[in-house]
Design a protein around this ligand. Structure first.
Ligand code: FE2
Length: 245
């Protein structure tokens, strides 16, 4: 056995590394939609709902507003490509179930703490402005629990989105934990984020019966789900700040 601690080329050429259980994060590009989407987003009311209450967020109904139709249609087309790529047994599409704007003013420290997106299959974000990228946490968290952890000069516990420039759409599995670094840029940081759900016939079963047939109700009426004095009190305490310059 070599004792000089150096790599042996003969041994090295027989070594293979196998990436098991990779996580797919997709990106698509469309710069033409950036300006019209910023113009559509600008007048929409925003509130501060996420700890530490630095990011401004719109209602999650942008996907059913006509001024966002072009963006919504394009995201649906991108989701269809992912469905084909994954060879999923489903005969409908991934539909956006919730879509909202997120804006951080310049030097605001606007950020999202580590989170995932419940009740979503793929989630995503469309980048409108320069700013700190969305950060994804290593989902193989068990390796960072190793009691004999040897620090690698290469391994990163969290990675930035593969690309994060205006016009980039990033789509990731909703279970993948992610966060943003406090925004201290000179300009606004703005994104359109969304959740999706599979619709139509899903998963073939015996005698041709699918395991699930899904139809989403696309309705932004709050009558059905905001109820009671408590919900009203919470809503009334939120500050809102329309227009982001
Ligand atoms: Fe998120």
């Amino acid at each position: 056995m070599a004792s000089d601690h150096k790599s042996d080329p003969k041994i090295r050429e027989t070594m293979n590394v196998h990436q098991y259980f990779p996580t797919e994060v997709y990106t698509f590009e469309n710069k033409e939609l950036v300006d019209p989407v910023v113009a559509a987003l600008n007048p929409i009311e925003r509130g501060q709902f996420n700890i530490p209450f630095t990011v401004q967020t719109t209602k999650g109904n942008l996907h059913i507003l006509p001024e966002f139709k072009e963006l919504t249609d394009w995201i649906h087309s991108c989701l269809r490509e992912i469905k084909v790529e994954q060879k999923f047994e489903m005969w409908g599409d991934f539909e956006i179930s919730l879509m909202w704007g997120v804006c951080s003013p310049p030097h605001s420290g606007g950020c999202h703490q580590l989170h995932r997106h419940p009740l979503s299959y793929w989630s995503g974000t469309y980048v409108l402005q320069e700013g700190y990228p969305t950060m994804f946490q290593d989902p193989v968290y068990a390796r960072s629990h190793n009691q004999l952890e040897i620090i690698s000069s290469e391994y990163e516990n969290a990675l930035p989105a593969p690309k994060h420039t205006p016009g980039t759409l990033i789509i990731f599995p909703s279970w993948l934990l992610h966060f943003t670094i406090p925004h201290q840029g000179d300009d606004w940081r703005a994104n359109i984020s969304f959740n999706t759900f599979p619709t139509g016939a899903i998963n073939g079963g015996p005698f041709g019966q699918n395991m699930l047939n899904v139809k989403l109700v696309q309705d932004d009426s709050t009558d059905g789900f905001v109820q009671g004095e408590e919900a009203h009190d919470i809503a009334s305490k939120r500050t809102s700040s329309p227009g982001y310059g």
